[in-house]
Every structure is written in C-alpha cells, then in structure tokens.
Design a protein around this ligand. Sequence first.
Ligand SMILES: O=C(O)CCC(=O)C(=O)O
Ligand SMILES: [Fe+2]
Length: 339
Amino acid sequence: MSFGLCTGLETLRDSLPDKAVRTTRLAGLLRWPLMRIETTPVFRSLLTGPGAWQAADFPGPQDWTYRLSPDLDVEAIRRDLFEGRGFVVIQGVPVGDEEQARRVYLEVAGRLGTPMAQNARGDLLYSVRNEGQSIEKQYGTVGVRFSKTNLGLDYHTDAGPMFGGGTADIVGLLCLQEARSGGLSALVSAQTVHNIILEERPDYLERLYQRYYWDRRAELRPGESPVLEAPVFTYNGSLAVRHFPFYIHKAPEVTGIRLTEADTAPLAFLDEVMAREGLAAMFAMDRGDIQLVNNRAILHSRTSYEDWPEPERRRHLLRLWLNARGPAPGSNSPIPASR
Ligand SMILES: O=C(O)CCC(=O)C(=O)O
Ligand SMILES: [Fe+2]
C-alpha cells in the first residue's frame, strides 16, 4: 500500500493500521515504508528473581566469570544469560594470533546463537576501536558510530535501530587489546531499572512503553526506512528493553516531528536511574576476555578511554551480535545475518 502526499499527514498516518506500509515525510516529503515495533501493555508489578539484580547482589567478578576450556559449560552460560543475571565473562581466549582468536570466538559464541550482520555491509565481527571519527561532524555518514571513537558510551542496548527493527539477543565483545587507561564496562539490569521507574515515576513508565522515532543513522538496506518506531520497554512474558536515546534525539532531523518534554523527560529519568550508585556491575576487560550480555535484559556502557601511542596497541574489541532464540513472538524478532 502506498499513499500520496497530502496535508494532515499525521492524521492520515494515525488512522492507518499497524504494519501497513505508510508514508511520512523526509526533508521535503520523500516517501518511505514505515517500520514499527509492536507495543505491549505496561507491566505494572515489581519484577523479582535473578534478573532483577543490583551490583551488591554479587560477591564479585568470580560470580559471572567462566574460563575457556574444552568442557566449557555452554548450557550454564545460556541459563545465566536468559534465566539468570543476563551476562557472563569468559576468560582465556588466546588472542596472540587474531585470525585464530576470531575462529575461537565464533566457534564458542556460535554454540549460543547465529551471528547477525552488524551493518549494511554484512560484517559478522565488527571492530570496536577508535578510528578518530567525529560524531558531531560526520553524523549521518554510513559507518559513523560511537564505537569508532574513544568516547564514553552511555547505557544502551545494541542494534536498536537496525535492520527491519530486529535486534540482537546477545551482544558479545572479545577484547584483543586493552586501552592504556579507561574503557571500563558497566552493566545494569533492565528489570531493576524498570522496578525503580514503576515505583518513582509510573507516569514515565507509561511513556516508555509507547513508541519513539529512532534515526537509523544511514545503516539501511535498499528501500528501508531511515527511521524506526519502537518503544523502550515491551513486556511479552518477559521484559525487553531497547535504549539509545541519542538516536531518538536525532530523529526529528529526519521526521520533522519535534520531541516534547513529555517524550524526553522519561528518557532522561531512565538515564538518571541507571547512573545511581550501587546499581551497575563494573569491570575491566582483559585481553582474551569475552563479555556476553543478554541485549534485551541488560543495558551496557563503557567509560571513555585513552590509547597507547602505538597504533597496534590501540584498544580493540571484536563485537558480535547473536540471534539466540530464532524469531521471537512479537516485534523484536532479529533478522538473521546475510552477506
Ligand atoms: O567499547 C566497549 O566496551 C563497548 C562498545 C559498545 O557498547 C558498542 O560498540 O556497542
Ligand atoms: Fe554497545
């Protein structure tokens, strides 16, 4: 279905059924098919269980750390990711030979899911390192990402605005080189954050279950929409989070639809909650460590960092996105990798 341009566009859009191909405007009213993620009713009870943790619940990093060995317990890792705290670190990947490290990484992670393409080019392993990009000056160019800078990254989930609205079930990061200083990882539980917002600002929680526009920052397949419409929280028997407010704040440049205080205050509050003392599990990744996080249950961040002067000693992580469950019911279904 496709509609011509007309006045009262927003009214027209709102009157159209979900999933229908609809039109909206792009800098002078170009047309594109919209991508929408289904919303769910707000979950208004406190979430309990091992997924609703705070840092103090763990005795220390040994609680979430595995060691790579021939009898690595992949089923225990899977349970940790999907029924437990939502993250693990696997130590001991040999990284002296990068090709070998890539093979081992793909082999281990491949036992948990199917690697997904991370950009329109189809990369399955993506280098997170400072390539001197300027988000400010180059934003909107294909491949310009925070992951190619040494900036700190605020709490987010990965792949939020990516292909077809699909997102990764698991995010992996293998550390090939550490920074000279900084670059620490911090993780928070979406369930814990959800509980806090429910108790303190239930009105904000309502908004976070409604859709926002997300700029998809030029990482598009032919014919795809440059924006996604998706809520931050959904609850389909379990809680799922999708968060990268920078791209929500960028969306008005594409859609022409301004964000109001009622849109932005809940996002800011979410960030404020995540920054609270005592919530985050924090750790440094060493060479040969793989961090795996459940990308719907955990929000991750890293502090800014400084590199060694030698180019070959730059901090370098290999990122992997896994589809671990096959297409999930509802809207967050990941799209498998294609090359
Ligand atoms: O550099 C890190 O530690 C995390 C990077 C990250 O979150 C990302 O690339 O999405
Ligand atoms: Fe990330």
